[in-house]
Design a protein around this ligand. Structure first.
Ligand code: GLV
Ligand code: MN
Length: 201
């Protein structure tokens, strides 16, 4: 999890034209307390479903500190995950956080792999939860007949996400085909095919 807060709150100041301010700790700079209002502690973007009209059939609406500045220094955040029937929130890890998956509608297979290679999974129904330890590779897969929805809760204001396929096959500049062919024990042709699917733009 994140460091302990050292004050009541530290609503993140708007980011400058230079882009993201980056401080080692504790996250983003605070705006002056005298300018903080109730709306700084409110976040409405997750009241609506994200589009699932994409190859994965999945839509994630992030509620990390970048979307919801009031979370700065509070050590938590949450995402909304919408899955079309058969949709998958694809394999990924969060380097800075555990994740609690709370299913609000439908049913999904939720699973992760531990460092010793064991796969843990459960079909999780409406109202039920499953927890993914920090850093473990995981997914959610809609195994129900209708749409499915979960809120995922993190003990970090900015859990970070490493998408397995995207980071391996879509990295820019490219990881050499020879490295990937050896790593996955397949021909370079297969690597080129996978790269073509995950290359951006
Ligand atoms: C789901 O795994 C999420 O990261 O929101
Ligand atoms: Mn996740």
């Amino acid at each position: 999890g994140d460091p302990e807060p050292v004050q009541d709150f530290c609503v993140a100041a708007p980011l400058g034209v230079e882009g993201k301010v980056s401080l080692a700790f504790p996250g983003l700079p605070c705006k002056p307390a005298s300018t903080v209002v109730s709306d700084d502690f409110f976040f409405a973007a997750q009241a609506r479903a994200a589009s699932t009209d994409n190859p994965n059939g999945a839509g994630v609406t992030p509620g990390n500190v970048e979307a919801f500045p009031g979370l700065n220094t509070l050590g938590l955040s949450l995402n909304r995950v919408d899955l079309a029937p058969g949709g998958v929130n694809p394999l990924h890890t969060h380097p800075r956080s555990a994740e609690l998956v709370h299913v609000e509608a439908g049913e999904m297979l939720v699973g992760f792999v531990s460092t010793d290679g064991k796969f843990y999974s459960k079909v999780v129904q409406e109202g039920e939860s499953f927890v993914i330890p920090r850093g473990m590779m995981h997914f959610q897969y809609n195994v129900g007949a209708g749409a499915a929805r979960a809120m995922t809760v993190f003990n970090s204001q900015l859990p970070g996400v490493v998408l397995a396929a995207q980071s391996v096959f879509g990295a820019q500049p490219e990881i050499p085909d020879a490295v990937l062919a050896k790593s996955f024990q397949v021909d370079a042709e297969i690597i080129k095919l996978l790269k073509s699917k995950f290359r951006k733009g």
